[in-house]
Design a protein around this ligand. Sequence first.
Ligand code: GP9
Ligand code: MN
Length: 712
Amino acid sequence: MKQKLLNLYHKYSCVFILAILLIWAKTYISYLIDFDLGVKGWYQHLILFVNPIAGTLFFMSLSLFARNAKTGHRIIALIHILSTLLLYANILYYREFADFLTYSTMTEAKSIFVGGSNFINGVVSLLKWHDLLYLIDIPCLLLLIRKKDSKLAEADEKLFFSKPCGRKALVCSIIIFLVNLVLAEISRPMLLTRTFDRNYIVKYLGINAFTVYDSIQTIKTEIFAETPDKEDIKEVTAYASNRYASPDKSFFGAARGRNLIVIHMESLQQFLIDYKYTDENGKEWEVLPFLNRLYHSKDSISFANLFTQIGQGKSSDAELMVETSLFGLPRGAAFIKQANNTYYASPQILRSLAGYTSAAFHGNSGSFWNRNDMYKSLGYDYFFDANDFILTEENTTEYGLKDKLFFQQSVQYLEQLQQPFYAKFVTLSNHFPFPYDENNDSFPLGNTPDDSINGYFATSNYTDQALEEFFNYLKASHIYENSIIVLYGDHFGISDYRNKTLAPLLSRDPDTWTEFDDAQMKRVPFIIHIPGLGEGYINETFGGQIDILPTVLHLLGIDTQSQILMGQDLLSPGREEIVVFRNGDIISPKYTYIGDRIYDTRTGELVPDDENVHNMAAEMKQKALQQLYISDLILETDLLKYCRPKGLVPVNPDKFDYSIDPKRLMDEADRLGTKNSSVYYRNNRKSTVILYHTDAPEQKSTTENNNKSVNN
Ligand code: GP9
Ligand code: MN
């Protein structure tokens, strides 16, 4: 009997298959219990289940080219150990940072090893009993292949270890990978072209594929990274100083020394301002009642002609422009590709020149758009992301914490920031596809054949309500009077492709809708609210997101003459009103230049063939392309590393550890003692959180969930 069993074992045991199965199983188990990949529905589960196969098979196939089974077994063991190490290192890293190891984090290990011996203690605290599951198979596999008895090797040799077999396995792994990729693209189009979130790539293609993909991308950027020569630096500095438009004296410093609160409003377009949606019964619904009041307030300088200039980096491009006054890249996202560049962004400018503390708030995971890394390069002291908030099934959308809960949960951190602070809030509820939310259905759905258009008004209205609640809190806590609050829409909610369906709701005939109208839809709200200003108005100047930074800095009393910015102060009388889109199209109060077609911006008619007009347009185009060229040169050669604007010091990204932000806030308070300038401290160490009122129905379950986790 024993012999029979042994024979069976020799006949069918196969180290090659066994090793693959083990890695597959471990990876899948880790997906389920150690990573939080936000897998929804059976389709995503299926992809998750199959995604470890291709990569594992690919690497293991290499062993089949070995001279004999013995060497092959050793190679298998090596690949098995390396794969396990990669997986396990990711598990530990994820427990600490809720993110995956990238090529940069692995090679620049100093960011992980901060704290020397603390590192060891840190790792120990991350271990869990079930980790044995990930490691136990290694000694077993080693024992198996080290067995003196060579029958196993013989059996394997006959079946597997030959070049044709190796080739077949390789081809097989590639086919499986392609199928996997197709399945993934169906669920998440442009997965690899946009690479907006590491979580997504792991969810759809697996950890191995992610590591390989990320390494190739990073090495490619490193190899092709050009360094700027002297001429480049000269050209850029000359361009920037030429572009500087001196501020309007009456507004310069109008908000000097105040806290700066910036609100990035997801997918909010200007056409919604003052817009009323008319339902089937003829009843009118104001989509943004609160923002409309703010827009028309005497304490607001509001802009009617501010355009989004984003490229493929969408939200992240908008942020980049607002923080640095540089354009996104022509392809891909600078937040990902150029995250390690040197920047002189608003957090750093405000820190260096006016002693501001900075914090970014966003209810999604910090890995999305690589914010975790990029915010460090921008110089943010703190980044409160999904890890710092209570997220439940009910209070989240696909992208994270719903806006009402997001603002409400943020203020516990906001009140602890040292003043003056720069706090940026990135909203997310109003994100495509603008799904119906049964818990927040106070606004009617549209009645067009397009579900995302139908939902857009309701989700925009939801954000409007969230903003009003946040403003009420700012007033109640008296943060309001001492702040300047800047709100901007990041980009379209309704894409060009859907505009014709939207047209009737804007009292327009879809048949007469043109590319000119698409360009006009790129207007986004931009409101600068300065409580007590009293002389606010609606400014008609044509500008873009690139212009926001110099405008705001000048209001704060910080001159930008020595800085390298692509934008111009929107309040400056000397500015040039040419707005360039990332694809090189331009818009100005007079002409809209799309491809090689020139429209009259006031009438929307194509201008007749006129040499003068064409020359003028060609000149405008030239200027616009120059602006993009200089910006690309700065980003692609990391030019700011070699040219420091006067008065500014470079950021040291290693100073920030966003995984322990709440603790760092407290440490800073302890360090400052009575010099503490936070809202909390100035309020006699009484929290202002109770002053926050939200009607969010999810609030109750959120508190219950929190109590549960506190009691556990
Ligand atoms: C999610 C968010 C959305 O974190 O900021 O980014 P987008 O898809 O709009 O670029
Ligand atoms: Mn966005």
